[in-house]
Design a protein around this ligand. Sequence first.
Ligand code: NAP
Length: 283
Amino acid sequence: MSKLINGKEISAAVKDRVAAEVAELKNKGISVGLAVIIVGENPASKIYVANKKKACESLGIVSHEFALPEETTQEELLKLIQTLNSEKSINGILCQLPLPRHIDEQSIINAIAPEKDVDAFHPTNVGHIMIGDFDFVPCTPAGIIEMLDYMDISPAGKNCVVIGRSNIVGKPMGMLLLHRNGTVTICHSKTQNLKEICRNADILVAAVGKANFVTADMVKPGAVVIDVGMNRLEGHLCGDVDFAAVEPIASAITPVPGGVGPMTIAMLMQNALTAAKRQNGIL
Ligand code: NAP
């Protein structure tokens, strides 16, 4: 039986911490404002944005939602971002991805002022993460580090294997584990001997996007298993890890749902707070 890493409990602790600091800032006359832009009608994106808004409201962060029609042009979106970049009451700007195909995502990411880039996708913030001198970390990897800290699991000196090399999860996850002195291997679809590499992991992070991809024979007994996947299987939300088979051999594991998912929003709230503190000379 492994220890369950409870994302609901850990994210609640992060949110309590953020709410207390937001209230402290309010006492000093500073409010935290987060702009969330959504373009088009993607149903999953709409749910994410609604959840982000709810989290803002519950923590005292002012959420400014910009719901734009599918046919919004890239120029129109860039213009909105420029306005928000110079708006003092907006501390953080998040543009929900994916964007409609006629809009170039990287151009939009590049347009967000790095100090307001609470997703940490701007090349300037990506560079800061590489160097190890950063304010913002992409919310999902940041949430995973928070979980490991909470569980008193140190990556130092451990074999850490990340499956997936996306800019949002896999790559920054690898960098954060490296900054914590893990010995990091990042795997992807061209990796050979994936099973053997995974079996060598003390900490295994799965960010593949394929249901039940990580099977028991890929996991070293006693490993810590972090499941980032959010997949739909027969109408149910499930992760990348075959939880029923892996849970008995892991020392600690995140469930799906209730694992990494809740952490992502909590860390977004934390990034918005950090942005407000920086912009007001508090950090
Ligand atoms: P992504 O951009 O699609 O990246 C998937 C990665 O998996 C790619 O690097 C890909 O390799 C690799 N991959 C695919 N098939 C593989 C195979 N057979 N063997 C080894 N590697 C393989 O996805 P993402 O944005 O990183 O997200 C990954 C998962 O996490 C998704 O289920 C997503 O919904 C979920 N997610 C959850 C949260 C959360 O808050 N819980 C946040 C973000 C994402 P190549 O690069 O070679 O193609």
